[in-house]
Design a protein around this ligand. Structure first.
Ligand code: HEC
Length: 139
């Protein structure tokens, strides 16, 4: 945490894209600055994987509905900036070239429709993606 505080102190928010700043502050403590996550901590990697979820409408909704995003305290406008920075930044080859940016309305709708069992939703989406040939980690 000290290291993160120093990074934020050394890089004033104006020097960072707002989405990158929000990621650093709200997500990188678990998902790590480079999006690699932690096998030991059971934190899924975003790097090289997050883009697969956007191949299915329910996967696109799922990445907005995870507790890390919905319980972050961020409003829909900030979630939009964060996700539109984060997904292209970490997805690599997992993202189709036609990335359609998230909208504030889409985030508001996803927030109203949060599933009771996010793990079951993730398992179903991962199974469908694997049928399509995508490599999606268990965690
Ligand atoms: C306290 C640790 C923690 C924080 C902070 C956190 N996450 Fe997560 N995240 C997790 C864990 C654990 C999972 C897997 C379980 C789950 O879905 O909650 C996860 C899952 C995800 C997933 C789904 C990935 C997959 O392969 O299923 C996405 C996308 C995600 N987080 C994005 C974010 C974003 C964006 C933020 C910051 C706003 C964030 N998370 C903050 C721990 C965290």
């Amino acid at each position: 945490m000290l290291a993160l505080a120093l990074v934020l102190w050394a890089a004033p928010s104006s020097a960072l894209d707002r989405g990158e700043y929000l990621y650093t502050l709200h997500c990188s403590g678990c998902h790590v600055r480079d999006g690699s996550g932690s096998t030991e901590g059971r934190i899924p990697r975003l790097a090289g994987q997050i883009g697969h979820f956007l191949k299915l409408p329910e996967g696109r909704r799922f990445v907005l509905q995870v507790p890390g995003v919905m319980n972050s305290g961020l409003g829909n406008e900030d979630v939009e900036k964060l996700m539109n920075w984060m997904v292209p930044h970490f997805a690599g080859a997992s993202l189709d070239r036609t990335f359609v940016p998230f909208t504030v309305d889409e985030i508001a709708t996803a927030r109203k429709q949060r599933p009771a069992d996010i793990f079951a939703v993730r398992r179903g989406i991962a199974a469908d993606l694997r049928k399509g040939g995508a490599v999606v980690d268990e965690y």
